[in-house]
Design a protein around this ligand. Structure first.
Ligand code: SF4
Length: 472
């Protein structure tokens, strides 16, 4: 294999719990003088089995692999009632051990029309859309996530989020393949440096499930794009090393949790050896679409790299299954703070009651609703976008009506690369002399003494300007 070697989407990923036990036992501060402590954590750099391809063009001399310790027993995975019924019908011959293996789930993703038609009744429109599709963002659904899809109703929210329809082939005005201009802020392939103190590191182009509204649809599921090669990863790591202002690294993709434990451990150990990298975050949908990925061995490895945060992409309360709850529980038990990122999607989750159920449900499984995103104007996604007023209505329907922790920040990621801009319903009602006038969650007006302040004095002007603009 050479530097273009990548994780083969169709190849079998390593079995969880094989080499990683060895991995965790062997810790040395490589890249430093022998015996030099790594600041803040002495058990950070890892050695890998020699056959691990990520090292093949790295120039890193590996010590001989140590004999593997016995892997710890696999966790008992729960299987929810809906999934159990589905399994009985379509995967009756698949034993528990396979169904509960993330590598089996990844290998057996449903990737084409025939595979989908075995499980669900495709509408004419869905069938046509799949036949017309080529290029990035192919169909990909894990058997587990397929068990949550309504087999007869094409309008079911989860189904709409992962099964393509012909609207996807329509490009609307103002849409683009890279609406956030990430490629322009990319100093090395797969690394986006937009904000002053943090970078986005796109470690892979592979996800377990491809969401039809994906902002990075140009990259994901494309053979050869965002490859997990040592040379590409080393370029990104060198960039981070040479930029002391970078204190926060977000690993995303694609989904970093489609990588093997060994590759992830290698990457995390390299990042942890960079003194100015204070925190590492992982963005993933794995606990939602492939909760079997959250193995005991994975969390035991991840907890070595604290402070580590995980943002999980949840879309709808129907994803709050016993499996997803158990996966989040395992991560939370490892001391990893969990946040959710949700994209506001028309006819999927654009409803106050649905969002309240989702966010309150997330709180119950120890996930803090973090961001609610206005859907980016990615090519072929107009059918998913709501008005901004809808997003504000949802925030208005949550704030004050449920725990503040359950209310995410609603943001628009500014097209062209302006970054995330938070939006709030207008609670500022104006000013009366030294008093600020505020509207509470029930619409009642309150005064707050703010002598000498100016905030709110232009509210009437703004309202009048807005009204005039609307009339033009
Ligand atoms: S999981 Fe994330 S990166 Fe992957 S397809 Fe969905 S939105 Fe895109």
């Amino acid at each position: 294999m050479n530097e273009h070697t990548s994780f083969d989407e169709n190849a079998e990923p390593p079995s969880p719990g094989t080499a990683v036990a060895d991995l965790l036992g062997e810790v040395r501060p490589s890249g430093r003088a022998a015996g030099t402590a790594v600041p803040g954590n002495s058990r950070l750099a890892v050695t890998l089995p020699e056959q691990t391809s990520i090292f093949e063009d790295s120039g890193i001399v590996l010590p001989a692999a140590r004999p593997a310790r016995a892997a710890s027993p696999a966790p008992r995975f729960v299987v929810g009632p809906q999934t159990r019924r589905f399994r009985k019908r379509f995967y009756a011959d698949v034993p528990d051990g396979q169904w509960n293996s993330w590598t089996w789930q990844l290998r057996n993703r449903i990737r084409d029309r025939e595979g989908l038609e075995r499980l669900i009744e495709l509408s004419m429109d869905e069938r046509r859309a799949i036949e017309l599709h080529s290029g990035s963002l192919p169909v990909s659904i894990t058997p587990y996530y397929a068990s949550l899809i309504d087999p007869v109703n094409p309008l079911q929210p989860l189904r709409r989020s992962v099964v393509m329809v012909s609207d996807e082939h329509v490009t609307s005005p103002d849409e683009s393949i890279d609406p956030l201009a990430e490629d322009e802020d990319s100093p090395v392939p797969g690394l986006v440096h937009r904000y002053p103190d943090r970078v986005l590191f796109l470690v892979t182009g592979i996800c377990a499930v491809y969401c039809r509204y994906c902002t990075r649809s140009r990259h994901v599921g494309v053979p050869g794009d965002l490859q997990c090669t040592t040379s590409r990863w080393n370029q990104a790591l060198s960039y981070i090393e040479s930029h002391p202002e970078v204190r926060d690294v977000l690993l995303s993709g694609g989904d970093p949790l489609t990588l093997s434990d060994e590759k992830l451990a290698w990457l995390l150990s390299r990042l942890r050896r960079i003194p100015h990298v204070e925190i590492v975050r992982i963005g993933t949908k794995a606990p939602v679409v492939m909760p079997q990925r959250i193995t005991t061995n994975l969390v035991r490895m991840l907890r070595k790299y604290h402070p580590l945060w995980i943002s999980i992409h949840f879309t709808h309360p129907d994803e709050l299954t016993p499996e997803a709850a158990a996966a989040c529980g395992r991560l939370a038990d490892a001391g990893i703070p969990l946040g959710s990122q949700t994209v506001l999607l028309k006819d999927i989750n654009d409803d106050v009651a649905v969002m309240k159920r989702l966010f309150q449900g997330l709180m119950k499984i120890r996930v803090k609703p973090y961001y609610l995103y206005q859907c980016d104007p990615v090519r072929g996604t107009a059918h998913f976008r709501t008005s901004v007023e809808k997003g504000l209505e949802i925030i208005r329907g949550l704030r004050g009506h449920t725990s503040g922790y359950a209310v995410p920040t609603y943001v628009i990621d500014a097209p062209g690369g302006g970054g995330k801009i938070p939006l709030l319903p207008d609670y500022l009602a104006g000013r009366d002399g030294g008093d600020l006038l505020l509207r509470n969650f029930e619409g009642n007006l309150y005064r707050y003494p703010d002598p000498g302040g100016a905030v709110g004095s232009d509210v009437e002007d703004r309202e009048r300007d807005a009204a005039e603009a609307a009339l033009k």
